[in-house]
Each structure stands twice: as C-alpha cells, then as structure tokens.
Design a protein. Structure first.
Length: 371
C-alpha cells in the first residue's frame, strides 16, 4: 500500500475468515470496520461446537494438503497465544484410519467461536463492530467502497473492503463474466453429553471424525460442558440447517466403521429422542480451494493473459471466502496472507499456491476458453 493511502478497511462477515483477516490487519495498524448480519460473531458455520485442527492428508502433495500444512501451525500458534486450554480448545492426538493416510497425528479440538472472539478482543480500539448490519451490496464512489443496506443506504465506507461473507460473495463481489462458482455444503454433527467413560482413547478419523471427549467451559448454555461428537455430513447444494434423523443415521453408519460401540450409543440416543445435533452451511468453490486475494475486474474474463495474476483487479476490493470444511486449518494463515497483500507485500506462498487461491483464476480460465 502506498504510504499516504488510508489504512482503513471494511470487513464483511464475522466468522473465522472475517475475524482472521480483521485480526491480521489490526496487528498491522489498520482500522477495521467489521459488519455482520447477525447479532454477534461466529453465528453461522463458525458456531460449530467442536472441530478438529489437523492437516489434510493425501498420498501425494496437492494444493489443499500443502495449504493446510502451512495453515495448521499458524492456527495452533494463535490458539496457544490467545485462548486458554479448556476454554475453547484442547490438544489431542488423532488416529487416522483412512486409506489415504494412516497413523497417529498431533491435532487439536477447537470451538471456532472461541478463536473468533479472541481475535476480535485483541483488536481493541482499532476495531469497530457493527452487528445486525446486513450488507446488500457494495459500491465504489470517489475512491471509497460503500457497504449499502437493502434500501441502498450507506452503512459504512472505507478505501478497502474485504468480502469474507461465505456464500454472500456471490452477491457482494462483482461477477467476472459468469456467476461465482461457489456453492453451499451443509454439514450436520451428531453429539451428546458424555455421561459415561469415553468410548475411544482419542479421536478417530476416516470418513468423518469421532470425538470421544471434548471439555470446554465456554460452550453455549444449551450444550453440555463435556460432549462426544461425530461428524459431519457433507451435503452439497443443501442450505437447510435443521438437523435431521437421516443425517444422524448417516453419521451413525460412518461411525460404525470407526467405533461400533459409539455407533450403538448414537442410535440408542436417536431412538430415545435424546440425541443432540448441530448443522451449518459451509461455502465451497468448484475446485474446493479458497479465494484469497484481490477481486478481479468484471471485464477480466474477456482479457486473455498468460497468468491469472496479470488480470485487471478492482482497486481496494479483496476476497477471503470458500474455506469449505477447512476453516480451522486455513483461516488464520489466509487472513495473514491477505493482510500482507493488502499492505503491498508478497504473501509468503509459493507462486503455484498463490495462483491456486487467486480469486481471478475462474475468470482467467473462462477467458482462455473464449466465448
């Protein structure tokens, strides 16, 4: 960023992605106005009661496995720095039981909302939060980005705007020749109070993860303080977050391959009407990789360039979206990478990984294909 340009940004979305980039910008001295339609932070997919922080393992390196290998240590460092153990996270080992990767691995169990709140608290006076503030559109006027409500009235204005609103990216970020290739993926978790000895020594992972015991003094009042959990489903195209018995049965079937006794317990609680459930909608891209970087100009899809990086961009508009089911692994690092780019620095990523997460990659592919 040129030294005379104001260090002020709007961030739209207060889940893991929005809170991560907010924290990274505030640490760099920026002023941030954070807007969200909900009455507080981490109220959508980031309201997950517990998730597993660990890399994405594959037989051979892939962009996602490499990104999560970089991202997990960043998130772990943020947890150790900001969130007390037992009040939002706990270190564990995970037994990997899948065909692609087997063996024991260091990991962590995390309640995403605890990290989100810690980031926002740390930002202090550099952060202005606006809750119950749904943003219907963005408009650039006289070098400023305006967040507008449904009536077209300005809510907040700044030279920079970061869209970290998951599926809201489709309406807030101008399309580059075609609709953004983003879609909903509903995930349901089955859980219950741990009122007996844990049914496994440590978390078990294959097609889903079984968490035999998670203790968290900060869980919402409607959750027990000590829980077990299995999840989650991965239903593309679904947006209804009402937990269903069918999804619970799906979790039970996958749990049976991991810990049969735990599957029996899940099915018994379901039959008795005592099983708890949580469901949320993630945002995933067509290639399952996140969007991290400057937003492409809507005309960029007609401009053929050798690389996506050469495509024209909208000045001051940035995207951090489509973290999918890898929010815990990716958000902290992606937020730091984006903040570095907004400050005019080159993010510490290999060139091929920068290209893999570039929001302009879809417009670049369309331009190369032609009309």
């Amino acid at each position: 960023m040129p030294p005379d340009e104001p260090h002020h940004a709007l961030v739209i979305g207060a889940g893991l992605a929005g809170a991560a980039v907010t924290a990274a910008l505030c640490r760099r001295g920026w002023q941030v106005t954070l807007l969200d339609a909900a009455e507080g932070p981490a109220r959508a997919a980031s309201a997950l009661p517990v998730g597993v922080l660990s890399p994405h393992l594959t037989r051979q390196p892939t962009p996602m496995s490499r990104l999560t290998a970089l991202g997990v240590p960043v998130t772990r460092a943020e947890l150790e720095r900001l969130v007390p153990e037992g009040a939002g996270w706990q270190p564990v080992d995970v037994d990997n039981r899948g065909a692609h990767a087997q063996g024991r691995q260091a990991a962590a169990l995390v309640r995403p909302g605890a990290l989100v709140q810690a980031w926002l608290t740390e930002a202090g006076a550099r952060l202005d939060t606006r809750w119950n503030a749904p943003v219907a559109s963005l408009s650039r006027h006289q070098g400023q980005w305006q967040a507008l409500d449904a009536r077209g009235e300005p809510i907040a204005t700044a030279p920079h705007a970061v869209v970290a609103a998951a599926l809201g990216t489709r309406t807030l970020a101008p399309e580059a020749g075609a609709p953004w290739p983003l879609g909903p993926v509903m995930g349901q978790m089955s859980l219950g109070a741990l009122d007996c000895a844990p049914l496994a020594e440590r978390p078990q992972r294959d097609d889903g993860v079984f968490v035999p015991e998670y203790r968290d003094s900060g869980l919402a009042p409607h959750w027990p303080t000590v829980i077990w959990a299995m999840g989650s489903t991965y239903a593309r195209g679904q947006t209804d977050t009402t937990p269903t018995d069918a999804a619970h049965r799906d979790n039970a079937a996958r749990l049976r391959t991991l810990v049969p006794a735990a599957a029996d317990r899940l099915e018994s609680l379901l039959a008795d009407g005592r099983l708890l459930g949580w469901a949320g909608v993630r945002c995933a891209s067509m290639d399952r990789l996140p969007l991290v970087g400057a937003a492409p100009d809507p005309l960029s899809w007609t401009t053929r360039q050798r690389t996506a990086a050469a495509l024209p961009r909208l000045p001051g508009l940035w995207l951090l979206s489509a973290l999918g089911s890898r929010g815990l692994s990716l958000a902290a690092a992606c937020g730091q990478w984006l903040a570095a780019e907004m400050d005019g620095e080159t993010p510490p990523l290999d060139a091929d990984l920068r290209a893999a997460v570039d929001p302009a990659r879809f417009a670049w592919r369309r331009a190369r294909r032609g009309p």
